[in-house]
Write a protein of this length. Structure first.
Length: 258
């Protein structure tokens, strides 16, 4: 893996910190719990969203994950979701509060926009913190330990491993095209891209066959060897307990009061 990969998708912050050293199952359950609480909360119970944000901020500070790293990863998804949500006030029916030319802004649409934005931010930051404090192989191991169907974890593991191999193959192919003077200036010159895509697919398929046969020759039977078993220690239970104690009762109380 390259340094760019570590910057884009690997753990950041303090690798020796308490959050990074937690069992991946604890972080999956805890951060997924924050997302579930936020998604299930209506706009009338907005203080629950504030509590979710405070919990995520505490996790980020404890793990020493900088805000710049969180934004660098969240901006891949979050701006697109918020951009789509901006159209909701104009298309949802309800009580009109303003008019912008032929478009009418409704109160119900603004409420939906606020709810979608808050839930999208909390869910995205939760996923980013999970990726910033846990490597992808560790997340997959945690999912295996949580009895997620093996087919899904195997597909995810191999996809993660060979995504970078295919990307490197594509980079070499593009360099070969550039060294031969390929400079497309019209749609008529796009045929080379089709041939390149076909060649990349065939090479990837052939490499996958060779790797699979090599794994079978080394005794692969559908299980990857593990050097150390997962251990759900007291610190992991404390982390999950703090998240549950901080959010679930608050969500229940807010729902009853509403």
């Amino acid at each position: 893996m390259s340094g760019a990969h570590a910057h884009m998708g690997g753990p950041v912050g303090d690798p020796a910190g308490r959050i990074h050293r937690l069992d991946p199952r604890a972080k999956i359950v805890g951060l997924l719990g924050v997302t579930v609480v936020a998604v299930s909360t209506p706009l009338a119970d907005w203080p629950v969203w504030v509590a979710c944000g405070l919990v995520l901020a505490a996790v980020a500070v404890t793990a020493r994950v900088p805000a710049r790293a969180i934004w660098h990863r969240a901006r891949v998804v979050l701006p697109l979701v918020l951009f789509v949500a901006l159209f909701v006030p104009f298309v949802r029916e309800g009580t009109a509060v303003a008019s912008l030319g032929p478009f009418t802004v409704t109160r119900e649409g603004l409420a939906t926009l606020a709810g979608v934005s808050a839930k999208a931010v909390i869910g995205t930051v939760s996923a980013v913190l999970l990726g910033a404090t846990t490597s992808v192989p560790a997340i997959i191991r945690g999912l295996e330990g949580m009895r997620v169907p093996r087919l899904l974890t195997l597909v995810a593991a191999f996809m993660y491993r060979y995504l970078f191999v295919i990307a490197e193959e594509m980079r070499r192919t593009r360099a070969a095209l550039a060294s031969r003077g390929y400079r497309p200036r019209s749609a008529l010159q796009a045929a080379a891209l089709g041939r390149m895509t076909t060649s990349l697919f065939l090479r990837s398929y052939a490499r996958g066959e060779r790797v699979y046969l090599a794994m079978l020759a080394r005794g692969y039977s559908g299980h990857m060897p593990r050097l150390e078993p997962l251990r759900f220690a007291r610190a992991d239970a404390v982390f999950v307990g703090l998240v549950v104690v901080a959010l679930i009762p608050l969500r229940a109380v807010a729902g009853v009061m509403t």
